[in-house]
Design a protein around this ligand. Structure first.
Ligand code: HEC
Ligand code: HEC
Ligand code: HEC
Ligand code: HEC
Length: 153
């Protein structure tokens, strides 16, 4: 068979191979960086959320499912009904800003002044609103039965 590479052709092949490998690595670096930057800038607005934090000393109750989108779009007028970040006693969080987990500020084991401990903060938020609505009449948002929110175990 008549394909014999000269030394010069072999070097060219090696050079092109190295160039392709370099470009692949460079491109994947670029791609991974672009994707991870994007992930921190635009946080997904979840349709549904299962709250099942692993930060409690004792995990006594089952996880809590809730319709995040329905709550955000149909049940509550604004995102800052649930999301906040206080500065001088005022909620300065605005829609579009990064949403931190509740447990980054509400400690799982103890309340610190007006910053209630984690399960109390959730209960105040979720049950608080449901109870108020029930008193006004016309909704059956759960607040009495634990298992209307907590998955049975
Ligand atoms: C309106 C919904 C709702 C109702 C009703 C509710 N909870 Fe919760 N509860 C939550 C949410 C949300 C959390 C946060 C779960 C997490 O962080 O994993 C929570 C957390 C907890 C926790 C701490 C986490 C754990 O699993 O140990 C306990 C204990 C708890 N609830 C007990 C109760 C009890 C007892 C009742 C009934 C008297 C009840 N809850 C009713 C929503 C609810
Ligand atoms: C009824 C309360 C409530 C309302 C209203 C609400 N959210 Fe949330 N949202 C939550 C809870 C609870 C979580 C989970 C945070 C946690 O448990 O630490 C969450 C999580 C998020 C997350 C973070 C997801 C992640 O990857 O961590 C984003 C983003 C978000 N919400 C955006 C919004 C936007 C935008 C709106 C308004 C259009 C909104 N939320 C309205 C309760 C609410
Ligand atoms: C960046 C820190 C931070 C995050 C994240 C945070 N909180 Fe708070 N939260 C606070 C502070 C600080 C207060 C006390 C405000 C005051 O002194 O009136 C507070 C107060 C509350 C209160 C009392 C009533 C109110 O709305 O002011 C509830 C209920 C509550 N948080 C629930 C939640 C829930 C549920 C989440 C997650 C969806 C959450 N918090 C996330 C810092 C935070
Ligand atoms: C500001 C008011 C408000 C807050 C805060 C709130 N809810 Fe609701 N929730 C509602 C309304 C309104 C409904 C619809 C009731 C109806 O259908 O009659 C509802 C319904 C529900 C239901 C029944 C199923 C459904 O999606 O219709 C669950 C479960 C629930 N909420 C869980 C939660 C949990 C968990 C939290 C806290 C993380 C929470 N809610 C916070 C207003 C609220």
């Amino acid at each position: 068979m008549g394909q014999d590479f000269s030394g010069r052709q072999a070097k060219d092949v090696i050079f092109v191979g190295a160039l392709v490998a370099f470009l692949c690595i460079a491109f994947s670096f670029f791609f991974v960086t672009a994707v991870s930057l994007n992930a921190t800038e635009t946080q997904e607005m979840p349709e549904e959320i299962v709250i099942n934090n692993k930060v409690y000393e004792t995990d006594r109750k089952g996880s809590v499912w809730f319709s995040h989108s329905d709550h955000a779009e149909n049940y509550v007028d604004t995102c800052d009904g649930c999301h906040h970040e206080y500065k001088d006693g005022e909620n300065v969080w605005e829609e579009g800003q990064f949403v931190k987990k509740c447990f980054t500020c509400h400690d799982a084991s103890k309340s610190e002044g007006s910053v209630k401990k984690l399960n109390i903060a959730y209960h105040k938020n979720c049950k608080g609103c449901h109870k108020k609505l029930a008193k006004q009449g016309g909704t059956d948002a759960p607040y009495k039965q634990c298992t209307d929110c907590h998955e049975k175990r």
